[in-house]
Ligand binder design. Structure first.
Ligand code: NAD
Ligand code: 3PG
Length: 534
């Protein structure tokens, strides 16, 4: 008799016969990967019933290129509402499946809390995700994707534009001339050729800035604790320590993300270590500089000039000493603002958001494991199996709430490196947690949800002889130290074990406790770290 395991209240029939031959699909249709991201049970079934044809709603909260909007409209209802107040955003968000922002919208914890579980994906149309509360997104099972490549060149070009404009006083001289003055002596600049530029953060933008600065005849060094030396060498750049970079540079250009480790990385102490007369460019994030300290360093003559595209608070206060400083050149966060970059970013983020809403794994996911699409395609039926095994196992436990230690054993002919189990682990966790709580678990928040509930999930692999064509032979979920409401489901040592495999693309429950032992003996094991005490 087939049983449905799709809701917490389902009746699970657990005779030996049932446990050994149960088909784990309640319909013939396999779900899409939407269930990986779905953050509510209700939505899950909307998506899983192969699009009950209600289009998802995407809120675009900041100006996005037309090409991106059109892509979104092909798939979703698109609500372009710019300049929403935080309260308005929180009100609207409960009606939205996805939200797209640039750097001007704070996607705070309140936004995720206000979404009532409906928000499945936040798309950041750009690189920096410091305006999105990632921890809150993850806790709410909301995927965050960004558009990390389309504005790289625009940002690098803006960095170079600011570098040259600063060195030649372009903005100041322009304002002076427009004010009716002709001050040729006042605006004598400095040359770039032969000067040392320290690129702080040798990622996408930093390395493009370095390339261009070398073209201008500058000597370029870089500091980036995570950048591979050979990538720097390929551009003709030497990687140096932070202190060496700031002490030797005539120009410093900032290109690192804003993180707790980089916040105010330029401060009174670090300015004091710089060469007198250093010039600073920042097209990264305002928060990486202590802005009050920069004003002090400018006034003390340590910093000769600065050119800033980004500020701790945007827009900065009108009376900001830094913005008003005579030797500071400013632009209103224009690094990504070229026609080409905005078109590219809009398309990149629209594709990522639509993909995520369809349940595809986004290659630009910021808070979910990056599992290649081909791996997912192959694991698709096992994803269903994994979730259902988790659901079944937990529903055999009395009360369910005592579940703390879960061991998952994957039997496979594949080498461990060829079997990515992160998605399976997430889906088992989903199956284990959802029937006994009000939490909705997906690929994004699975590990977080398990940790929060004190659920320890360990994974083991059994290497089987045979062809590694299929990724897995079977999955076994074992819950230790629990009692069951069904005598036949639990071993003398208090373990519940369920095991399943995929046959003809359909997940099947193959073994309950009694049959597992016999089956284990039949396995041809190369490597088995399993506890065989039961
Ligand atoms: N002004 C703009 O409009 C604009 C446009 C694009 C990007 N940005 C900003 O520029 C920055 C870089 O963007 P990207 O696309 O090059 O990102 P990226 O991730 O490719 O590069 C960032 C680099 O910073 C490095 N890094 C991290 N911590 C560091 C530290 N403590 N010290 C030195 N390096 C460190 C990383 O290893 C990485 O190589 C981001 O802050 C992004 O938000 C601004
Ligand atoms: O991080 C980024 O991509 C840039 O700062 C661009 O931000 P914007 O999308 O607000 O222009």
């Amino acid at each position: 008799m087939a049983a449905t395991t799709s809701t917490a209240s389902s009746n699970i029939l657990t005779t030996k016969k049932n446990l050994s031959s149960l088909s784990l699909t309640s319909t013939n249709k396999l779900p899409t990967f939407s269930s990986l991201y779905s953050s509510s049970r209700r939505q899950r079934f909307i998506v899983l019933s192969a699009s009950l044809n209600s289009k998802p709603t995407v809120l675009v909260a900041e100006k996005l290129g037309e090409a991106g909007i059109n892509l979104l409209k092909d798939f979703a209802n698109v609500d372009c509402s710019y300049n929403l107040s935080p309260d308005e955003l929180c009100t609207k968000i409960s009606l939205c499946d996805a939200l797209i922002v640039r750097s001007g919208t704070k996607v705070s914890r309140e936004v995720f809390e206000s979404s009532g579980g409906r928000l499945k994906v936040v798309g950041r149309a750009g690189v920096g995700i410091d305006n999105v509360d990632l921890a809150a997104a993850t806790e709410h099972g909301c995927l965050v994707v960004n558009a990390p490549t389309a504005n790289t060149i625009a940002a690098a070009e803006h960095g170079i534009a600011l570098l040259a404009a600063m060195a030649r006083n372009v903005a100041q001289a322009d304002a002076s001339l427009k004010a009716g003055k002709w001050q040729r002596n006042k605006y004598v600049g400095v040359s770039l050729v032969g000067k040392t530029l320290a690129v702080m953060g040798f990622g996408k933008v930093g390395s493009e800035v370095a390339r261009r600065a070398k073209g201008l005849g500058m000597h370029v060094i870089a500091h980036d604790p995570y950048a591979p030396a050979d990538r720097a060498r390929a551009v003709g750049v030497e990687l140096v320590s932070f202190d060496e970079a700031i002490a030797t540079a005539d120009f410093i250009s900032l290109h690192m993300p804003l993180t707790p480790a980089t916040a105010k990385i330029l401060n009174d102490e670090t300015f004091a270590k710089m060469k007198k007369g250093v010039r600073i460019v920042n097209v990264a994030r305002g928060g990486v500089i202590d802005e009050d300290a920069l004003v002090r360093a400018l006034d003390a003559g340590i910093v000769a000039q600065a050119a800033l595209d980004v500020f701790t608070v945007e827009p900065p206060p009108q009376d900001s000493k830094l913005v008003q400083h005579e030797r500071v050149t400013v632009t209103p966060h224009l690094g990504a603002s070229t026609i080409e970059a905005q078109e590219g970013v809009a398309i990149e983020i629209a594709e990522a958001v639509v993909g995520a809403l369809k349940g595809e794994l986004a290659s630009t996911a910021v808070n979910a494991p990056m599992v290649p699409a081909e791996v997912l395609t192959e694991l698709k039926p096992y994803v269903v199996l994994a979730e259902k095994l988790g659901r079944l196992a937990v529903q055999l436990v009395s009360g369910g709430s005592g579940v703390k230690d879960v061991k998952v054993t994957y039997a496979s002919s594949r080498a461990p490196d060829d079997l990515d189990t992160r998605v399976l682990r997430a889906m088992i966790t989903k199956g284990l947690i959802e029937p006994i709580s009000s939490v909705f678990v997906n690929l994004v928040n699975a590990d977080f949800s398990a940790k929060q509930r004190g659920l320890r999930l360990s994974e083991e692999r059994i290497h089987l002889d045979g062809s590694p064509e299929s990724p897995l032979d079977s999955i076994q979920v074992q819950i230790a130290n629990v009692e069951s409401k069904f005598a036949s489901a639990i071993s003398e040592t208090g373990e519940i074990k369920v095991e399943g495999r995929v046959k003809d693309g359909i997940p099947h429950l193959t073994k309950g406790r009694k049959r597992i032992r016999r089956a284990e003996c039949q396995c041809q094991l190369h490597e088995c770290r399993k506890d065989r005490s039961t």
